[in-house]
Design a protein around this ligand. Structure first.
Ligand SMILES: CSC[C@H]1O[C@H](OP(=O)(O)O)[C@H](O)[C@@H]1O
Ligand SMILES: Nc1ncnc2[nH]cnc12
Length: 305
């Protein structure tokens, strides 16, 4: 395992369903990394923007979509990006819409999450170690970063010229899956204030927070889930119909915002999560085995290095 020290990728992109590469950018190389939490979903692919700036890309479900949502190795994905020097992650996700006004094809920037995963996904880097930590998670995505993205994503959509609507400040429900929700669940999520639903935002967002990485989700709506009683309940076929065009929009947005984002990170403008774990880790003890400290140093060298 070697660090990509030649030219650091400050931005990491996680591609969701339908988004398995950034082939509108220039392929540079693939990095096969191993982490203390196993191997990431895919090789980390480095793509270059026209200026030569590098970005690191992971396909969340693997390059051939062979990893179901409950088995995504999120700890390995986030740890690998952090290890390579990434400071901010844009996570793309295909989501169902729980609101009439968010139509398939629309884009949304969620700012809140509701956790409906079932506790079967490893959700912390500290799990299985002797170190206890409680990360702050009131704002599950990076507020400043999302605000920064709002204007740029809007401009990217205008530039694409398809009239794609952008929704801001939405609440995303992350369910376990892999089956879709029942109609009763879908309606319950609406009553809870949910606007969007997926199966992937958690624990990814929690792990990015533990790794002190800025993290934002760019959600693309594919369907109306199952709450509209007059319509058929969502199927994977419905989602697939919309995925291709949504992936093109996601790639356009990525190409449009990544250069400026890289420079903002270089200038330390969007590092809002850095230092956040300092007040989250419980007092350390000499009794904590060296191997635990070594493991955590991979993702948090700031505290365990
Ligand atoms: C293919 S429909 C359900 C699937 O799509 C979303 O994936 P991602 O968030 O990675 O784009 C959703 O979360 C489910 O995993
Ligand atoms: N309706 C839905 N429920 C959960 N995840 C989804 N991803 C895309 N559509 C979805």
């Amino acid at each position: 395992m070697t660090k990509d020290t030649h030219q650091r990728s400050l931005v990491g992109v996680i591609g969701g369903s339908g988004l398995y590469h950034l082939d509108n950018l220039t392929f540079v190389k693939k990095l096969e990394l191993d982490t203390p939490w196993g191997r990431p979903s895919s090789a980390i692919t480095i793509f270059a923007l026209p200026s030569g700036t590098n970005v690191a890309f992971i396909a969340r479900h693997g390059p051939h979509h062979m990893i179901p949502p409950s088995s995504v190795p999120s700890r390995a994905n986030i740890a690998a990006l952090k290890y390579l020097g990434v400071r901010a992650i844009i996570a793309f996700s295909a989501v169902g819409s729980l609101r009439e006004e968010i139509a398939p094809g629309h884009v949304a920037l969620p700012t809140q999450l509701i956790d409906r995963t079932k506790g079967i996904r490893p959700a912390s880097f500290f799990e299985g170690t002797s170190v206890v930590a409680h990360a702050q998670f009131g704002d599950p995505v990076s507020v400043k970063f999302v605000k920064w993205l709002e204007e740029r994503v809007q401009k990217a959509l205008d530039d694409e010229g398809r009239g794609t609507v952008l929704h801001k400040d939405k609440t995303l429900v992350c369910m376990e899956g892999p089956q879709f929700s029942t109609r009763a669940e879908s309606n319950m999520y609406r009553a809870w204030g949910g606007d969007l639903i997926n199966m992937s935002a958690l624990p990814e967002a929690k792990l990015a927070r533990e790794a002190e990485l800025s993290y934002a989700i760019i959600a693309t709506a594919t369907d109306y889930d199952s709450w509209r009683m007059e319509s058929d309940a969502v199927t994977a076929h419905d989602v697939l119909q919309v995925l291709k065009q949504n992936a093109e929009t996601s790639k356009h947005v990525a190409a449009y915002v990544l250069e400026e984002l890289h420079h903002a990170l270089e200038e330390n403008l969007l590092n809002e999560e850095v230092g956040g774990m300092r007040n989250s880790i419980m007092p350390r003890s000499d009794a904590q085995p060296e191997e635990d400290i070594h493991k955590l140093a991979f993702v948090l060298p700031e505290y365990f290095g």
